[in-house]
Write a protein that binds this ligand. Structure first.
Ligand SMILES: Nc1nc2c(c(=O)[nH]1)N[C@@H](CN(C=O)c1ccc(C(=O)N[C@@H](CCC(=O)O)C(=O)O)cc1)CN2
Ligand SMILES: [Mg+2]
Length: 278
């Protein structure tokens, strides 16, 4: 029976730590402000943004929402990004993803000042991470590392397999695991013998975006399994992992919901604090 890696508890601990540091900054006259760009009315995005703003309020971070209809011109968003870059009252900001069809997120993200890039997704932030310079770290991958570390799971010298190579999760997570001295393999849709490669892992991270694709045959006995997937079904939310099949083989496993998701939110608060210190 696997240990359940409780993301809600770890995230609550991060929030307490951030809150204490925000308080200290405030006592020195420095306020922390996280601005949010939301385009369109995708229900999941609207919920995530509301949750993130509630998190900010809980830890004493100010937050301002910049909300646009889905047909907003790209140029208007570019102008806003430049304005937020220049505004000294704004510690950091992010664009809630995905953007509606017709808008291109990458040129906007590329314009964000890396010192304000609380999602850690700009090419400059990614480059800093890749060469080992200090940078704001993408929230989900950083949340995965924190979930592992706060549960006392050793990474150094261990075989880590990341399933998925997105800019949001897979690629930066591979960099972070390398930084922790794990031996890292990244798998993707063209990987041959996926189950064979995955079952080499001491630490297996599923971030492929395919509902319940990973089963017992992908997992080595005693592996630590992290599920980054989020899929809404009629029966509730599930991940990329068939939990019932994998849990008996794993030594530890993150649930969905209540695993990586809450950590993503918590690491955004951590980044807002870091940005304010810059
Ligand atoms: N600009 C960004 N956009 C998106 C990101 C991101 O990090 N930055 N990640 C995802 C969405 N996301 C945050 O934005 C996010 C998704 C899910 C959760 C979460 O807590 N999930 C819960 C379950 C879902 C629920 O209850 O609705 C859980 O896993 O327990 C947090 C953040 C894409 N967009
Ligand atoms: Mg600066």
């Amino acid at each position: 029976m696997a240990r359940i890696l409780n993301g809600r508890a770890a995230a609550a601990a991060v929030r307490r730590e951030v809150s204490a540091e925000v308080m200290k900054l405030k006592s020195r006259g420095v306020s922390v402000r996280l601005d949010v760009i939301l385009v369109g009315e995708d229900p999941a995005s609207v919920t995530y943004v509301r949750n993130k703003q509630n998190d900010c309020a809980e830890v004493g971070i100010e937050s301002q929402l910049h909300s646009f209809p889905e047909d907003v011109p790209q140029k208007e968003l570019e102008v806003l990004v430049e304005r937020l870059n220049e505004d000294d009252a704004v510690s950091g900001f992010f664009i809630q993803l995905p953007l509606p069809r017709g808008l291109d997120a990458q040129p906007l993200i590329s314009r964000i000042d890396p010192d304000k890039d609380v999602d850690g997704l700009s090419p400059l932030s990614a480059g800093r991470l890749a060469v080992g310079l200090p940078s704001l770290l993408p929230c989900t991958p950083h949340g995965v590392i924190q979930l592992l570390k706060r549960n006392g799971i050793e990474l150094e010298g261990r075989e880590a397999v990341v399933l998925g190579r997105s800019n949001l999760v897979g690629k930066p997570l591979a960099q972070l695991l390398l930084r922790e001295n794990a031996t890292v393999t990244v798998c993707h849709s063209r990987t041959q013998n996926l189950a064979e490669v995955a079952s080499r892992a001491d630490i297996l991270v599923a971030a492929i975006g395919q509902r319940e694709m990973i089963g017992g045959d992908h997992v080595k006995e005693g592996a630590v399994v992290i599920d980054v997937g989020i899929h809404r079904t009629q029966d509730g939310i599930t991940g990329d992992v068939r939990f019932g099949e994998v849990e008996p083989k794993a030594s530890a496993i993150s649930p969905v919901p209540g695993g990586v998701g809450p950590m993503t939110r918590a690491m955004l608060l951590y980044n807002a604090l870091e940005a304010a210190r810059r």
